[in-house]
Design a protein around this ligand. Structure first.
Ligand SMILES: Nc1ncnc2c1ncn2[C@@H]1O[C@H](COP(=O)(O)OP(=O)(O)O)[C@@H](O)[C@H]1O
Ligand SMILES: [Mg+2]
Length: 248
């Protein structure tokens, strides 16, 4: 059994789609298309009448709905049909994040899920180190605090891995097909594809963008995929009128 990715060329590269019951990491720099690729994964589910949940630490519901509308995807319609649920974590105290996720999963019983992004989620590891009041600190405050204290080296530790691995275990137990996005800062190695993901995820896709002259070229690399006869290499992709298409 495979799970269609929602992206035509990508299904072909993956011998049909993601493996069933898998947790896939979508890594890449900012603006490389991680959020859009993930929304397209949920859209594919709606077309098959599968419930999809989008958990965001980064954008408001309005922004997400608007982004979808630009590709002609009517996520409000799917919400009304009880196929789509969006959970925004922007203003939630860190101690409550896992609880919130679990209760939304129990209630909605999604078959597909996206967490955008675990970069923000893992900031709670930082707070554990610094003994910040978890109940009263929001993700945004924490993110700002971590930036002021240039935290990247502190992240490069066991605490981050432990938190994320525990989180992935929760997802695996419930057999929800999940995409986790992660932002890779250029100068930093924490949360890179060979630290966290090698342990915890079933697959890793890497999105890249390269400026050449006045053009921005986009590319996708399948770094790893469990149980899949995948095609290796780096492939170009484009944003088309109705979403991302991988060129193979
Ligand atoms: N309707 C569109 N047509 C073409 N490109 C788009 C469209 N909407 C967004 N993009 C491109 O998508 C990129 C952002 O994608 P996004 O998934 O939000 O990235 P990420 O989540 O990796 O930061 C931007 O660089 C933008 O150029
Ligand atoms: Mg994004």
């Amino acid at each position: 059994m495979v799970v269609k990715t929602g992206v035509v060329g990508l299904d072909k590269l993956l011998d049909g789609g993601y493996p069933d019951n898998s947790i896939i990491l979508i890594s890449g720099g900012t603006g490389t298309g991680k959020t859009i690729l993930s929304l397209q994964f949920l859209l594919q589910g709606f077309l098959q009448k599968e419930r999809g949940m989008f958990i965001t630490f980064e954008q408001s519901k309005d922004k997400i709905i608007d982004q979808c509308a630009r590709f002609g995807w009517d996520f409000e319609k799917y919400e009304k049909q009880n196929l789509f649920r969006i959970v925004t974590m922007e203003d939630i105290g860190i101690a409550n994040i896992l609880t919130q996720m679990k209760s939304n999963i129990e209630e909605f019983k999604p078959q597909r899920m996206v967490v955008d992004s675990i970069t923000f989620m893992s900031l709670s590891a930082y707070s554990a180190k610094r003994l910040i009041d978890l109940d009263r600190t929001t993700m945004v405050e924490l993110y700002e605090a971590s930036r002021e204290n240039s935290v990247s080296s502190e992240f490069d530790g066991l605490i981050v891995r432990k938190l994320l691995i525990d989180f992935v275990k929760i997802l695996q137990k419930r057999k929800i097909n999940t995409l986790l996005t992660s932002e890779i800062p250029r100068e930093s190695v924490w949360l890179s594809r060979d630290t966290f993901s090698e342990y915890a995820c079933d697959g890793v896709l890497l999105l890249k963008s390269v400026a050449m002259g006045t053009d921005l070229h986009r590319a996708i690399e399948i770094v790893k995929m469990r149980n899949t006869k995948m095609k290796g290499g780096v492939y170009g992709f484009d944003f088309q009128k109705n979403g991302i298409k991988v060129n193979i």
